[in-house]
Ligand binder design. Structure first.
Ligand SMILES: C[S@@+](CC[C@H](N)C(=O)[O-])C[C@H]1O[C@@H](n2cnc3c(N)ncnc32)[C@H](O)[C@@H]1O
Length: 332
């Protein structure tokens, strides 16, 4: 399979969509390469493959009419097809889905459209308000599941959600923030390009994990996953997506940090998949890079550093298969 770059757009794409993974109640559809337009089940790859063909259409196409317009302001949304895929792969109608860092509520919207119930936590009221609006919008469009969003710090998730939810969650789908400034949007101007909508908050509140270094992010994420462990039912699944991330041109191993955080939280890693950020078209990969990604790779290559354009995300899958190993005990 060869790779070609689609014409770059001035808008960063959403994060990639995830196709059906493995395990759980995985389902395959016959229409595997249909464009995902937000009104149909997520596209799926061949059942059981660890490479998920999840960006057959762009983020804006997936979100059109299904999400409120303000959603675009969030700097690092998940592609709807990713969340829809995970929900379809690992849950049944009526199950409870949780996203402890829900942003504008992509996981929740896709879950309630699929007849699951969903609960989310988000640190920034700006994004939790939009998540609320997206849930209401989905319900007006006929979503049958129930959805609720709480604003708060998910490192203390057990003090935020009702105690009765312990042991009830079938699936956690989430994506940690990384770096204070991420994808965002660009607008051409006289002096080049202006970047906007590329930050979670004004950067002064360190409670948002986006503003911590990798160790701080991993520690906070481990705390969040430990809370999720308590909320998961036995056999419950956690799906974490992490895009390769470079800082000052150097690769940061976020996926390994996520795996470590999951293990410290008492979860068992059961799968590591790749979600394509490129469409599969007639035997070619058609990349959908953001402006920033293209710029970074071109600069690196010009400077003599061989660098590939990122066309995938890591998907780390965990299961609740054992008793929790309380955080700190392992450190001791
Ligand atoms: C990668 S984004 C998730 C986007 C989401 N999947 C969506 O589609 O909108 C990570 C989110 O985690 C939130 N966050 C950061 N620290 C948090 C914390 N301690 N508790 C809860 N949410 C947090 C950020 O504000 C951000 O919205």
């Amino acid at each position: 399979m060869t790779a070609v770059a689609e014409h770059p757009t001035t808008h960063a794409p959403d994060e990639p969509a995830r196709p059906e993974g493995t395990g759980g109640t995985h389902r395959a559809t016959e229409d595997r390469h249909r464009e995902y337009d937000g009104r149909h089940p997520a596209p799926t790859g061949p059942e059981g493959l660890s490479v998920w063909a999840t960006a057959q259409s762009t983020g804006p196409v997936q979100r059109r009419g299904r999400y409120v317009a303000e959603s675009v302001k969030h700097p690092a949304r998940m592609l709807p097809a990713i969340a829809a895929h995970a929900v379809a792969a690992y849950t049944n109608p009526g199950d409870l889905v949780l996203d402890p860092m829900c942003g504008i509520g992509t996981t929740l919207v896709e879950a309630i459209h699929a007849g699951r119930d969903a609960i989310g936590v988000e640190y920034e009221s700006r994004w939790s308000d939009i998540a609320d609006a997206n849930i209401a919008h989905a319900q007006r469009q006929g979503a049958t599941g129930r959805g609720a969003v709480m604003r708060g710090d998910a490192t203390r998730i057990l003090s935020l959600v009702p105690a009765a939810l312990a042991g009830q969650v079938a699936l956690v789908v989430t994506s940690p923030p990384y770096g204070p400034t991420v994808h965002g949007l660009v607008r051409p101007g006289a002096d080049g390009v202006a970047k906007f909508d590329n930050a979670y908050n004004d950067g002064t509140d360190r409670g948002n994990l986006a503003y911590r270094d990798l160790t701080g992010l991993a520690d906070g994420f481990a705390q969040i996953l430990a809370g999720c462990h308590t909320l998961l039912r036995p056999g419950g699944i956690v799906v974490v997506t992490a895009r390769p991330w470079r800082k000052h041109g150097q690769l940061v191993d976020l996926p390994s940090a996520v795996i470590g955080a999951g293990i410290r939280a008492g979860l068992t890693p059961v799968d590591r998949c790749v979600a394509l950020l490129a469409a599969v078209r007639d035997g070619h990969l058609v990349a959908r890079p953001s402006f920033f990604q293209l710029q970074q790779v071109r600069r690196a290559r010009t400077a003599g550093t061989p660098m590939h354009l990122i066309a995938h995300e890591d998907v780390l899958v965990f299961a609740k298969t054992q008793k929790p190993d309380p955080l700190g005990a392992a450190d001791d």
